[in-house]
Design a protein around this ligand. Structure first.
Ligand code: GRF
Length: 220
C-alpha cells in the first residue's frame, strides 16, 4: 500500500500543524503531508510549513468577490491533490456542503472544548463563565453542522485557577497530543466513519478515546 496522503487546512498560527509535522517526522504518523492550504497569506503556519519543506498553497478568501468562487477554488485545489485525509487545523472558514459530502468520513477537525459543549468561538471564556471544573478539546469527523460531527477522542483537564489565556494554553498543549494520535489511527486504517458512526479496529465505537492525566483510554 502506498503511503497515505494528508492535506492540512489552516488559517492561523499552526501550532497543531507543527505537532502534526513533528509526528510525521518522528514516524508517529505514517503519512505524507502533500500540502498545507491557508486562506490567509499571513498565517504563521505557512512559515512552519516552508521550514519543514512542505508545499504551501494560499487561497486568499479576500481576493474572491463571491463566497462560492472561493469554495470552488478550494474544492478544485483539494481535488487536484486527491488526499486520503483532510485535516482542519485552525481553519476558520466554513467548508461548502458539497465538499463535506464529497469527503465524508475523510475530514478531521480539532475543537477546543469537550463537545457537544461550547461549539463555536471563545470556548475557554465560556467554560470559565459557566464555572465548569473540567474542560478540554475534541477531535471529530466533520459533518455539515458546525462542530457537530462524530467525536473520536477528547483530552480532558481540570480547570484550575485559570484565566482564559492560561486555560487556552493548557488545552492547546493537550491538542498537540491527541490530534496526531487520531490522525495516525486514521491513516493506519484503525479509525473510520461508517454510516456516520466512528469505528475503531473495525468495530463500532461506544466509548470515545479519552486522554486525561497523561493516560490514554482507547475507543471501545
Ligand atoms: C486551536 O485552538 C484549535 O482547537 C482550533 O483552532 C486553534 C488552532 O490553533 N480549531 P493552532 O493554529 O493550531 O495553533
Amino acid at each position: 500500500m502506498s503511503t497515505p496522503s494528508i492535506v492540512i487546512l489552516i488559517s492561523g498560527s499552526g501550532s497543531n500543524l507543527q505537532a502534526i509535522i513533528d509526528a510525521v517526522a518522528d514516524k508517529r504518523i505514517h503519512a505524507n503531508i502533500s500540502a498545507v492550504i491557508s486562506n490567509r497569506p499571513d498565517a504563521l503556519g505557512l512559515a512552519k510549513t516552508k521550514t519543514a519543506g512542505i508545499r504551501t498553497i494560499v487561497i486568499d478568501h479576500t481576493k474572491f468577490t463571491e463566497r462560492t468562487k472561493f469554495d470552488e477554488a478550494l474544492t478544485n485545489q483539494v481535488a487536484e491533490l486527491n488526499p486520503d485525509l483532510i485535516v482542519l487545523a485552525g481553519f476558520m472558514r466554513i467548508l461548502p456542503k458539497a465538499f463535506i459530502e464529497q469527503y465524508e468520513g475523510r475530514i478531521l477537525n480539532i475543537h477546543p472544548s469537550l463537545l457537544p459543549e461550547f461549539k463555536g468561538l471563545h470556548t475557554h471564556r465560556r467554560a470559565l463563565e459557566a464555572g465548569h471544573d473540567q474542560h478540554g478539546a475534541s477531535v471529530h469527523f466533520v459533518s455539515n453542522e458546525l462542530d457537530s460531527g462524530p467525536v473520536v477522542i477528547q483530552a480532558k483537564l481540570p480547570v484550575l485557577d485559570d484565566d482564559e489565556t492560561s486555560l487556552a494554553a493548557r488545552v492547546l498543549k493537550q491538542e498537540h497530543i491527541i490530534y496526531p494520535l487520531a490522525i495516525e489511527w486514521f491513516t493506519s486504517g484503525r479509525l473510520s466513519l461508517i454510516n456516520n458512526r466512528v469505528h475503531f479496529d473495525n468495530k463500532p465505537v461506544n466509548e470515545i478515546a479519552i486522554w486525561q492525566s497523561d493516560t490514554l483510554s482507547l475507543p471501545r
